[in-house]
Write a protein that binds this ligand. Structure first.
Ligand SMILES: [Zn+2]
Length: 153
């Protein structure tokens, strides 16, 4: 058998596309975003076990009950984990280098049982650090309503 150059059996074409996606965030996240537009941080509560979810979840993963009680949470919380980011996702979906690294923190708000992630102001962070949410109620993109966390004290 003679050696034969491998040939790709599937013809291929490169087509440049730049899709923009718009999708429903769902009723629970919509309620969460509507709350932040009014300066409120709303979590959902499981009526069976009492766990409070922030960001809100529709179903409690422990009880499988519908977490349809809403509670307003304080803006304060505690850093549970953090990392330093050197890139971010631009509006067009591309990864772009940040001019200076940012800290992304997982924060458990006082009264909540789960964590939410956002940028932490400053360049110092540690687990256990007390922080406060900085809301931007006038943000055009709902993802920017929770602008950042700010260290307390
Ligand atoms: Zn539950």
């Amino acid at each position: 058998m003679g050696a034969k150059a491998a040939k790709d059996p599937v013809p291929r074409a490169s087509i440049p596309i730049n899709p923009v996606f718009n999708w429903s965030v769902g009723n629970w996240m919509e309620n969460f975003y509507d709350g932040m537009k009014e300066g409120k941080i709303l979590g959902s509560k499981c009526p069976q076990c009492g766990r409070v979810f922030l960001p809100p979840r529709m179903i409690c993963e422990r009880c499988f009950a519908k977490a349809d009680e809403w509670v307003e949470l304080p803006a304060t919380g505690t850093v549970q984990a953090c990392t330093r980011a050197s890139v971010k996702v631009a509006d067009n979906g591309d990864l772009v280098d940040l001019e200076s690294p940012e800290i992304i923190a997982m924060v458990k708000h006082d009264g909540a049982d789960t964590c939410i992630a956002a940028r932490l102001e400053g360049d110092d962070a540690s687990v256990g650090m007390r922080v406060e949410a900085v809301l931007n109620p006038d943000a055009e993109n709902v993802l920017d309503l929770l602008a950042a966390y700010r260290p307390l004290g």
